[in-house]
Design a protein around this ligand. Structure first.
Ligand code: ADP
Ligand code: MG
Length: 247
């Protein structure tokens, strides 16, 4: 695995704060977060429920705006982008994976993976088909392309969601509790897919409750009450996962 420290910061968070205002109450969800994520780096974000993990992801994806502070991705100050540019930027730069997969039930797995390419107006129909099939192969679902989401397991649905997130080949993957709804065996497979993707050049930020999985990421960033309390980078993670999963 390459040494991530040789790369310049790819995602930079500067003095990021988020305050939710409800009636007369103020709630500080993120407090003065400054950190960065290198290209190729696999970061696990941990912390108790309510510690601000999802809020932090929403700042990086541009789904929500910080109260103050800056998010700079590959030199672009994302919260200064107008909404239409933001949507385009997100489509080109980010793949997002959620806890509950959010696949479209009436579409086959293959069609689910093709959808972001159609939305982006990228590639010809034949190329979309070919790319989607290759992405499904990559996550071990070559035989399931024509199935609908309800016909396959939770782990297979999440693998499809990862393939979909990769559809337009974004440099960054953000996953918020991607294994939160899965058995430990399924979680292991999903984690191995992320690890392989990270080795092949993707920048990955994965929120997880699972401390054992988190420890195996290159870097663990821990939040307590909206603050970073540790952000260890290790020279080489304890396990590189299942070598059978090929990119
Ligand atoms: P986590 O993902 O770590 O469980 P969140 O980022 O979802 O935590 O939430 C952090 C805190 O911010 C929680 O206390 C939550 O109740 C609060 N919060 C999140 N979103 C909102 C919102 N839209 N309005 C008000 N409070 C919110
Ligand atoms: Mg959350």
């Amino acid at each position: 695995m390459p040494d991530t420290n040789q790369f310049p910061p790819f995602i930079k968070l500067l003095n990021l704060s988020k305050i939710f205002q409800a009636a007369s109450m103020q709630f500080i969800a993120l407090s003065d977060i400054t950190t960065d994520f290198h290209q190729n780096e696999f970061t696990a974000v941990v912390g108790r429920s309510g510690s601000g993990k999802s809020t932090l992801m929403n700042m990086i994806t541009g789904i929500d705006k910080p109260t103050s502070g800056r998010v700079i991705v590959n030199g672009i100050e994302i919260h200064s982008l107008p909404e239409t540019d933001m949507a385009k930027w997100r489509g080109e730069n980010l793949g997002i994976v959620f806890q509950f997969y959010q696949l479209i039930p009436v579409l086959s797995l293959l069609e689910n993976v093709m959808l972001p390419m159609q939305i982006a107006g990228k590639f010809s129909h034949t190329e979309r088909l070919d790319r989607a099939q290759k992405l499904l192969n990559k996550v071990g679902l070559q035989k399931y392309a024509q199935k609908r989401p309800y016909m396959v397991s939770g782990g297979q649905q999440q693998s499809t969601a990862i393939a979909r997130a990769l559809a337009n080949d974004p440099p960054i993957l953000i996953a918020d509790e991607p294994t939160g709804n899965l058995s430990s065996g399924e979680a292991e497979k999903i984690f191995n897919i992320f690890q392989t993707l990270s080795s092949s050049g993707k920048t990955i930020i994965m929120v997880t409750h699972d401390e054992d999985l988190a420890k195996r990421a290159r870097r663990v960033l821990k939040l307590v009450d909206g603050r970073i309390v540790s952000e260890k980078r290790q020279a080489s993670p304890p396990s590189l996962g299942n070598p059978e999963v090929k990119p």
